[in-house]
Design a protein around this ligand. Structure first.
Ligand SMILES: Nc1ncnc2c1ncn2[C@@H]1O[C@H](COP(=O)(O)OP(=O)(O)OP(=O)(O)O)[C@@H](O)[C@H]1O
Length: 229
């Protein structure tokens, strides 16, 4: 569960990126975070992942209180989150299987756990036939599906996708969104930052809209301030 209570963020240069944000995302929800460029979306994500600290306000992420989390606990908090980026961020010199194995070994998983989990997540994203390919041998949509598999491989309670379809054509974008919806149906909370209105409207989920550092609308059904996005 994510909870931001009256969160403010002022960057060192004086930019007030967030001006009193209240946001609660319960376990099992699917939420789109939308808003114009510079409105504060990335700032919200960076606060949730503890990349930056709030200037004011309270933050809870999956049972961790980020206001008094110790640096030693931050990696454990991050393991509850699976993060997906627009530019995939796969290791080019490792195969699909090796990319996933690397993520699992980083948290101390055993070979037995790898053997059980990797085929399952590859099947979930429809890439079981491409485990031995390198990222450069895959299409953009396939690379994003590997990134989703990697985000899921350590079984996080929440997936955060920051513009996951920014580099994909409309058909691939739709496939990625359908996959995220399916992952949500299997129990993982999903937060998607996106500019793509057509996709948001198509899915009729909760839409949180941010503008100029404030949440201006929070409605379900692909709506934004009472209108379709
Ligand atoms: N490190 C930083 N130092 C100073 N100002 C920053 C920094 N990062 C972001 N900002 C400013 O904070 C505000 C919010 O930025 P943020 O990156 O959260 O917006 P965004 O909604 O994610 O935008 P985009 O859709 O373009 O990625 C903007 O005015 C931005 O210029």
């Amino acid at each position: 569960m994510i909870r931001l209570i009256d969160v403010h963020k002022e960057y060192d240069n004086g930019t007030k990126a967030l001006k009193g944000v209240n946001l609660r995302i319960d376990d099992g929800e699917f939420v789109f975070l939308v808003g114009p460029s510079g409105s504060g979306k990335s700032t919200v994500i960076k606060l949730i992942t503890a990349e930056i600290a709030a200037t004011e306000g309270r933050l809870m992420v999956n049972g961790y209180n980020l206001n008094n989390i110790s640096p030693r606990q931050v990696p454990y908090m991050r393991r509850t989150l699976g993060i997906i980026f627009q530019d995939f961020r796969l290791i080019e010199k490792k195969t699909v299987h090796e990319n996933l194995a690397f993520a699992m070994r980083a948290i101390g998983a055993s070979n037995r756990e790898l053997r059980r989990r990797i085929p399952y997540v590859l099947q979930l994203v429809g890439l079981e036939q491409k485990a031995d390919r390198y990222p450069g041998q895959l299409s953009g949509g396939e690379q994003q599906r590997v990134a989703i598999a990697r985000a899921l491989v350590n079984n996080p309670s929440m997936i955060i996708a920051d513009e996951p379809t920014g580099n994909l054509d409309p058909q691939r974008s739709l496939e990625i969104m359908v996959l995220l919806e399916r992952i949500n149906e299997l129990g993982t909370t999903v937060l998607v930052v996106t500019h793509e209105k057509a996709l948001v409207n198509r899915f009729a989920k909760r839409v949180v809209a941010i503008e100029n550092g404030r949440i201006i609308s929070d409605e379900t059904g692909g709506y934004y301030n009472g209108e379709k996005v």
